[in-house]
Write a protein that binds this ligand. Sequence first.
Ligand code: NAD
Length: 442
Amino acid sequence: MAVEAGRDIAPAKGKLGVMLVGLGAVSTTFIAGVETVRRGRGLPIGSLSQMGTIRLGKRTEKRSPKIKEFVPLADLKDLVFTAWDPIPDDAYTAAVKAGVLDRHEHLDPIKDFLQGIKPLPAAFDQYYVKRLQGTNVKRGKTKRELAEQLREDIRSFRKTAGVSRVVLVWCASTEVFITPGPAHQSLAAFEQAMEQNDPAIAPSMLYAYAALMENVPFANGAPNLTVDVPALERLAEERRLPIGGKDFKTGQTMMKTVLAPAFKARMLGLAGWYSTNILGNRDGEVLDDPESFKTKEESKLGVLEYILQPDQYPELYGNVFHKVRINYYPPRGDNKEGWDNIDIFGWLGYPMQIKVDFLCRDSILAAPIVLDLALFFDLAQRARLSGIQEWLSFYFKSPQTAPGLYPEHDLFIQQTKLKNTLRWLMGEDQITHLGIEYYEKA
Ligand SMILES: NC(=O)c1ccc[n+]([C@@H]2O[C@H](COP(=O)([O-])OP(=O)(O)OC[C@H]3O[C@@H](n4cnc5c(N)ncnc54)[C@H](O)[C@@H]3O)[C@@H](O)[C@H]2O)c1
């Protein structure tokens, strides 16, 4: 039974343009995957929006529609893609080089489609991604000029692709570590800093600014600061646009945000957590640079602190040694191996160990997240949700929150929050799991 009217959500009419920053491993795996699914040659596994169901009402009501049938999401057939990249390879060439999807089984059958996606010149500066060199780049005297060129790209994509709505997802390389400073505090300071070519304004911020000025929601799949600054948060609120980030939560951190809440739920102590990775794709090469790694490290380290709350449980979590390493190892390509050695302790302090060895495929895990974010950010805009979309924390390693709020990292709290937000949008009851009514009959 509906308890309230729900939100008035504009219908998903017409085509949805998905503009990706970066046309590397994640972006091409996402685009090729969506096209393969559209042609009926594969399943969108890993995508909650496509595969997931949502329980509505009491358990006795037996109502569990598919999420995509419950909320008015854009249909996969209505997605149109484009991307920016400093490397001029079209999506087919980039996908072959990334080596994620099998060329004969998944890329050659859609070769024409992929070759039709050619990257727009990027707003790129090697100062922010040391290990990359690109020729397909925009020229401009100031960062402001580059941002204006990005805005023009968005306007012309709207026209030429005939899309009625656009979302933008950052799937580009991890930039060097930047902390929020004076240039990020207000829109006026931000715009002035762009004009003065202030190093505090990274290319990713230019894309975020351009998106917001063109009424486009922005999601950040990398750990860069990007839209996580007061100037852009306020701009998003004022323009009633959804934003979110940071850093897709895919492999090792996804596991961490499942295991750590389990230890805490059972009041088991933690002495140390050593996480290491070997990775051989371009992302691994970029992260081999200490400045880009620092950005990733911050994003990966934060989760345990927030989940375990050492201040509240000093005997259990007051002295955790947490270490994260990423090692560039070319032979593995995109097939990352993430090891975790976890030292826990139980009753009377007796030590125990857990070892996790996740032989994952980075972009196979990330592609469905890009899809869900594109669809949910578009939904958020049509539902007039603006500013930080905390209900989409489920997808991020380092979720943005309102100032003063700590982030929820526990994957299942995030999942509950996401589904309850969908119920709220559609005027359905929240599910609290109290369930007393099944036992206390009137
Ligand atoms: N795959 C995962 O599991 C995962 C998880 C979390 C985050 N990420 C992040 O997603 C991003 C993409 O990963 P990937 O494996 O596709 O990397 P990739 O190196 O294959 O692709 C990134 C692309 O971005 C381009 N690029 C760099 N700077 C740019 C700019 N200013 N404008 C436009 N394009 C730019 C690069 O040329 C490259 O082609 C990385 O930042 C990575 O850290 C990936």
